[in-house]
Design a binder for this molecule. Structure first.
Ligand code: PHE
Length: 332
């Protein structure tokens, strides 16, 4: 605990590579090799051009609150669940839904896993972002690794629940209007999280559809009660999924593209101003291949355009370019 506190104090903004492979494995370990090899530690939020990092940075700048960006993604069961009053029987604890590093540690399933420690040792308001992990199928809208940003604020003595709720709603409405435009329609709905009470969800109207964008609420009394320095006070917390948000902001239709190393992905974001309205254009998921074709003809009337046309007739626009490399004329 002491070490962690010092890390928080030092900021944890720099890349303190925590190698979770150092955590001993046991019979409940269920982290797939592919996750470890390909996705763990990619630090997409630390690539300034990446659409997820852009979404994060826009929020951090607008809110003007310190963001902890390198909190370690391997957390104890206490941090991920118990400290947030998530019951021992809750489905989210199932190894079918959560990656267990071992009996006592999981890959965080949400950035709220840091809330209790930030409440204890952190500032009066904070943001925490990072990669989160949930066992899931992979398709255009699901991926077992995604990113969240959580925020929290603790008020001084004398602030009522009502005032705290107004502050929370005002803060998040302002944030959404900043991201989606000043006249964006917003809708509050009641929700449930074990660690906030009351709990709300904020929906944003986008292209004629209501999108669930975030969950939030007043930090549960029992959590505040448990921490001597803030006992009896009010506080709020929220959590936002960055993929969802970035998919809407940049018109990205497939969640898998965030993991792309393809230049055709990166070049659409690289060097663009933070607020630039970028509409992502899809590209083929298949890697580029080149084919050499050689043939001969004895027709003097042959023109390369005949060949180009034939390729297009068969392959359509799947072929990027057809280029004549060489011509050879036999002397006889
Ligand atoms: N951690 C919640 C989730 O992942 C979101 C949340 C954060 C809700 C903070 C309330 C307060 O869905």
């Amino acid at each position: 605990m002491r070490r962690w506190t010092q890390c928080v104090r030092r900021g944890f903004h720099s890349a303190t590579a925590i190698d979770w492979r150092a955590f001993p494995r046991d019979e409940v370990t269920n982290v797939p090799a592919r996750l470890e090899r390909e996705w763990f530690g990619r630090r997409l939020l630390q690539e300034p051009d990446h659409p997820l990092a852009r979404a994060k940075t826009r929020m951090v700048r607008h809110l003007g609150i310190e963001c902890f960006e390198a909190l370690p993604p391997v957390v104890s069961l206490y941090d991920n669940f118990d400290s947030l009053l998530i019951p021992a029987t809750h489905v989210s604890r199932s190894p079918n839904d959560t990656y267990y590093v071992n009996r006592r540690h999981v890959l965080r399933t949400h950035t709220s896993a840091h809330q209790r420690q930030l409440l204890r040792s952190g500032p009066a308001s904070w943001l925490a972002c990072g990669d989160v992990f949930r066992r899931d199928e992979i398709d255009a809208s699901h991926f077992p690794v995604f990113h969240q940003i959580d925020g929290g604020r603790v008020f001084g003595e004398g602030v009522t629940a009502r005032e705290a709720e107004e502050d929370l709603k005002g803060t998040l409405e302002g944030l959404m209007r900043k991201l989606f435009g000043a006249s964006t329609q917003l809708r509050w709905r009641d929700d449930f999280f074990p660690f906030t009470s009351p709990s709300f969800e904020l929906d944003v109207m986008f292209n004629g559809e209501w999108l669930e964008i975030l969950g939030c609420g007043l930090i549960h009394e029992d959590i505040m009660q448990d921490t001597p320095s803030i006992r009896g006070r009010q506080g709020w917390a929220f959590g936002i999924g960055l993929e969802r948000l970035a998919m809407v902001l940049y018109q990205i239709k497939d969640i898998r593209v965030f993991w792309s190393r393809d230049e055709r992905f990166w070049k659409q974001f690289r060097g663009r101003p933070l607020e630039a309205p970028i509409a992502f254009e899809e590209f083929s998921k298949f890697p580029k291949t080149s084919r050499d074709v050689s043939f001969w003809t004895n027709s003097e009337a042959f023109h390369e355009n005949q060949f180009f046309e034939m390729v297009r007739e068969v392959c359509g626009d799947l072929v990027e370019a057809v280029v004549r490399l060489d011509t050879f004329r036999h002397p006889k």
